[in-house]
Design a protein around this ligand. Sequence first.
Ligand SMILES: NC(=O)c1ccc[n+]([C@@H]2O[C@H](COP(=O)([O-])OP(=O)(O)OC[C@H]3O[C@@H](n4cnc5c(N)ncnc54)[C@H](O)[C@@H]3O)[C@@H](O)[C@H]2O)c1
Length: 252
Amino acid sequence: MTSQVDYDFSLSNKVAVITGGASGIGAAIAAAYAAKGATVVVLDKALDAAQQMVSQGSAAAAIGCDVTSEQSVAKAVSAVNKQFSRIDVLVNSAGIAVTGAAEELTLEDWDQTMAINLRGAFLVSQHVGRVMLAQGAGTVITLASQAATIALPGHVAYCASKFGVVGLTKVLALEWAGRGVTANTISPTVVMTPLAKELWDNPEGEALKAQIPTGRFAEPEEIAAVAVFLASDAAKMINGVDLLVDGGYTIR
Ligand SMILES: NC(=O)c1ccc[n+]([C@@H]2O[C@H](COP(=O)([O-])OP(=O)(O)OC[C@H]3O[C@@H](n4cnc5c(N)ncnc54)[C@H](O)[C@@H]3O)[C@@H](O)[C@H]2O)c1
């Protein structure tokens, strides 16, 4: 593996499963993967929106799936494997952000955040990971956040869940790489998707933006560009990394 690197980062002949692929960052990754030649399957709770990804050419198939439910995940992963015979790339993008002061956050909000962001990433990684380990190849990419490196006020559950997915990913990276399966996280700063608009489209958002060395938030396509690289064969030596796409927000 010296001169064999594909600097075009082609994803042709790869089957990619993207949870939360019906909106925001997941949708941008789906479109980018499809443009790079991958066969994309969107798994999302929002089936109608996922099906729109198929009609607009960003996905080959859409499956309704609740990542918090083992039954739902097992059924979806088995359907993908049956239809496409393999899974080369998993992107865990399904996630929510519920905010509230630590002393006031309800247990319900805590549990829901953990169920989707952490348990969901684990469940899908476990089920897809079994397919990848059986074929001896694959890569798992999970959306963490800058909130997996630094504390954000009002984000006690979100930060805990995102620090959690970084830990989860490092263990997958350690246990699976010897069998051909790598795992990494991507950690964006704010990206103005439906998830972020509610939280950051306000004076607090402007104040946060002013502290980002590049002076702006990230675009979904900039996260997709990183996800293309990590899914490509050129990134096979990258394992257990938390790749920050935060304009330098966390360096100080
Ligand atoms: N937008 C940001 O500023 C930002 C920054 C850092 C990290 N992230 C992370 O990136 C990921 C994607 O965020 P986004 O901004 O694109 O969000 P989004 O709200 O635009 O999209 C999230 C998608 O996940 C789906 N989803 C939610 N619960 C689900 C469940 N139980 N099962 C299956 N699908 C479910 C939704 O239907 C939606 O399509 C999240 O993990 C988020 O924490 C986002």
